[in-house]
Design a protein. Structure first.
Length: 554
C-alpha cells in the first residue's frame, strides 16, 4: 500500500467499503479497518474493541494486549482535506483523554459516572481496572489517514502517544498479492562464533548460525508482515510463548541465555554467501514470526548480548521442497487446528460426499488455498453452523479453535453430520442473514454472533415442534422437494425476523439496554434470553397469534 492510497476519496470509497454502515461513524469505520488489517484482529474482536459513541471521553477503542501486558487506548481521526496535516493539539487532547483511564481508580470512577456508555461497557467487559492492578501498562495509539507534522510528532514524543499516520499504516499493511519473499539482501555477523554448513546434495544447503538480534531486526518486511508471507501463522495473540519472550527481552540479565530459551528462526532464501558475514538474497522467515514481531515491538530493550539461533536454508527454484520445510518447521509448534484437521477422515469424507452428490454445485473446502468460488462451503463456517444449531453453543462460534479442537468430535463426529445437513444449514443461514435488517440497528445486525444466536434460537423452536423435527431428520428428502423446501426456508426467515424484533427490543429499545457484545458471549445469558423468546412465541401460539412452524411447510 502507498500512503496516497489513504487519501480521503479512496478511504471513503474502496477501502472502507463494508466497514461503513448506519450507526457507525466514519472514524469508527476507519478504526475497524485498521484493527482488522493492522492490529490483525478478527471482525468480532474488532467490533468488541470499538466504543465510538456519546460520553466516551475521547476514546474510540480499547484493546487489552495480553502478549505485551498493556491496555491500548485508540482514537481515530479522519481528514477529508488530504493536504491538511495533523498538528500537536489533537494529539495532546488524546493524551489527556487517555489520562482519565490511567489507574484502576480512575477506570472505576468512569464506570460509575456513566455506566450505560459504550466506553463503560467496554472497560467492564475487558476488566481493564483489574488488568491495571495486575501491572499492565497503558498505551495510546493515535490513528489517522493524514500526515502528522513536526509539531504533532514532538507532541506525540512528549506525551508517549504512538502515531499511526498514513505513512506508518501504509508500511504495515500487508498486500494480499505481495511477493512470497522479501527481495534484496541481508547480512548476519558470525565472525565471533562462525557457522555450521550442511549440504543435502544438489537440493539445498543449510547454514546454522548464532547472530545478534539487531541483525535479524534489520531484515525487511517485519513491519508489514511480508517477511512472514510463507509462515503458516503470524503473531498468535494471547499465548504463553509471546509473554515469555517479552519477559526475557525486558530482563537484560537474561539476554545472554536467550539462545538457550528460544527455539530459533528458520529462513529460506535463494542464495547464501558464507563468510564472517553471511549474506542472504531473496529471503522469507518460515518459522519465527512471533519472536521477530515481539522483538521488533520491544527493540529499544534489545542489547548486544541478545542473540538468536537461526537455520538458513538455501533453495533455488524448488517451491514444493520449500513448502515441505515450512510445514515441518511449524509442526514443531501449534498450527491452526483447522489446518491439522484438513486431512482428518471426518473432513475428507465430507469433501468426497459433496463431490459425489453434486447438489446444486455445492463443494466443501477443507484447506486454505482451495477454490472458494461458486457454492463453496468452507469447513470452518460449516463447523460454526453445526456448533450453533446442533451443539447449541452459539456463544462459541467466534472461537474457531473450539470447532476444530476441543469440540471437534461433538461438532463433526456424529452420524447425522453429512453433506445434506450442512447444505440445509447453509440455506437456513442465508434466510437468517436476509432477516437481519429487521433489527434496524446495524452494529447489532453486523455483529457476527447475532446470526449464530438466531440460528440457535430457531433450532430450539423447531426441536419443540414434533412434525418439524421429523421432517428435518431427513435433510436430503427436504432439499430434493423444491416446493416443501421453499416453504420451509420462508418459515425460517419469518421466525428469524420475529426474533430480530425481539433482539431490537432487548438491546436497542430498552430503557437501559445491556451490552449485547457481552450477552451474546455468555452461555447463561444466551440460554436465558432464548428461553424467554421461545416462551413468548408459544404464548402467542396458545392465543392464535402465531402457529407452530411446521404448519406452513408440512
Amino acid at each position: 500500500m502507498l500512503p496516497d492510497e489513504l487519501d480521503y476519496a479512496n478511504l471513503s470509497g474502496s477501502i472502507l467499503g463494508s466497514y461503513s454502515y448506519e450507526g457507525r461513524t466514519e472514524s469508527a469505520s476507519f478504526l475497524a479497518w485498521f484493527i482488522e488489517n493492522i492490529l490483525r484482529l478478527d471482525d468480532v474482536e474488532a467490533a468488541d474493541s470499538i466504543c465510538d459513541g456519546p460520553s466516551d471521553r475521547g476514546i474510540d477503542a480499547v484493546y487489552v494486549d495480553h502478549d505485551n501486558s498493556e491496555v491500548i487506548f485508540l482514537q481515530a481521526k479522519v481528514r477529508q482535506n488530504d493536504a491538511r496535516a495533523i498538528g500537536d493539539q489533537p494529539i495532546r487532547d488524546f493524551a489527556g483523554s487517555v489520562a482519565q483511564f490511567s489507574t484502576p481508580d480512575l477506570v472505576e470512577q468512569a464506570l460509575a459516572a456513566a455506566p450505560g456508555s459504550e466506553i463503560a461497557k467496554l472497560l467492564k467487559r475487558t476488566d481493564v481496572a483489574e488488568r491495571l492492578r495486575e501491572g499492565y501498562s497503558v498505551a495510546s495509539w493515535f490513528v489517522t489517514n493524514a500526515a502528522v507534522d513536526e509539531n504533532g510528532k514532538r507532541a506525540a514524543e512528549a506525551t508517549t502517544v504512538t502515531i499511526f499516520d498514513r505513512e506508518n499504516i501504509a508500511n504495515r499493511y500487508v498486500e494480499i498479492d505481495a511477493p512470497d519473499v522479501v527481495e534484496g539482501t541481508a547480512e548476519f555477523d558470525v565472525s565471533d562464533n562462525g557457522y555450521v554448513e550442511f549440504s543435502a546434495g544438489d537440493k539445498a544447503k543449510l547454514y546454522l548460525i548464532t547472530a545478534k538480534a539487531e541483525d535479524f531486526l534489520k531484515l525487511g518486511g517485519i513491519g508489514d508482515g511480508s517477511l512472514f508471507a510463507q509462515n503458516v501463522r503470524l503473531s498468535l495473540g494471547n499465548t504463553k510463548v509471546n509473554k515469555d519472550i517479552v519477559k526475557t527481552v525486558s530482563d537484560q540479565s537474561k539476554h545472554l541465555f536467550f539462545p538457550m530459551y528460544h527455539n530459533g528462526i528458520t529462513i529460506i532464501c535463494k542464495k547464501v554467501e558464507p563468510g564472517d558475514k553471511i549474506k542472504i538474497t531473496d529471503y522469507v522467515v518460515v518459522n519465527g514470526a512471533q519472536s521477530l514481531t515481539v522483538l521488533n515491538r520491544h527493540k529499544s530493550k534489545v542489547s548486544d548480548d541478545l542473540r538468536l539461533v537461526a537455520k538458513i536454508i538455501e533453495i533455488e527454484g524448488d517451491d514444493a521442497f520449500a513448502r515441505e520445510i515450512t510445514l515441518a518447521s511449524n509442526n514443531q509448534n501449534a498450527i491452526r487446528p483447522r489446518d491439522q484437521r484438513s486431512t482428518n477422515l471426518l473432513q475428507t469424507r465430507l469433501e468426497a460426499e459433496f463431490r459425489r452428490i453434486g447438489f446444486e454445485g455445492y463443494s466443501y473446502v477443507i484447506k486454505r488455498g482451495q477454490d472458494e468460488t461458486g457454492n463453496a462451503i468452507i469447513n470452518d463456517e460449516a463447523g460454526r453452523l453445526l456448533m450453533a444449531y446442533d451443539v447449541g453453543e452459539p456463544w462459541s462460534c467466534h472461537q474457531i479453535y473450539k470447532v476444530f479442537d476441543e469440540k471437534y468430535t461433538e461438532v463433526f463426529g456424529r452420524p447425522s453430520v453429512n453433506a445434506w445437513r450442512i447444505i440445509l444449514l447453509t440455506k437456513m443461514m442465508e434466510k437468517v442473514l436476509e432477516s437481519l435488517n429487521t433489527i434496524k440497528f446495524e452494529p447489532l445486525q453486523r455483529y457476527r454472533l447475532t446470526r449464530y444466536f438466531l440460528l440457535y434460537a430457531i433450532s430450539r423452536l423447531l426441536d419443540g415442534d414434533e412434525a418439524a423435527r421429523s421432517i428435518l431428520a431427513n435433510p436430503e428428502a427436504l432439499l430434493k422437494n423444491a416446493e416443501k423446501l421453499t416453504k420451509f426456508l420462508e418459515t425460517v426467515r419469518t421466525i428469524s425476523s420475529r426474533y430480530c424484533v425481539d433482539l431490537r427490543a432487548e438491546f436497542v429499545e430498552a430503557q437501559d439496554p445491556p451490552d449485547y457484545k457481552a450477552v451474546l458471549k455468555s452461555p447463561t445469558q444466551v440460554q436465558e434470553m432464548e428461553g424467554r423468546f421461545r416462551k413468548s412465541f408459544h404464548y402467542d401460539v396458545a392465543r392464535d397469534r402465531e402457529k407452530m412452524p411446521s404448519v406452513d411447510f408440512i
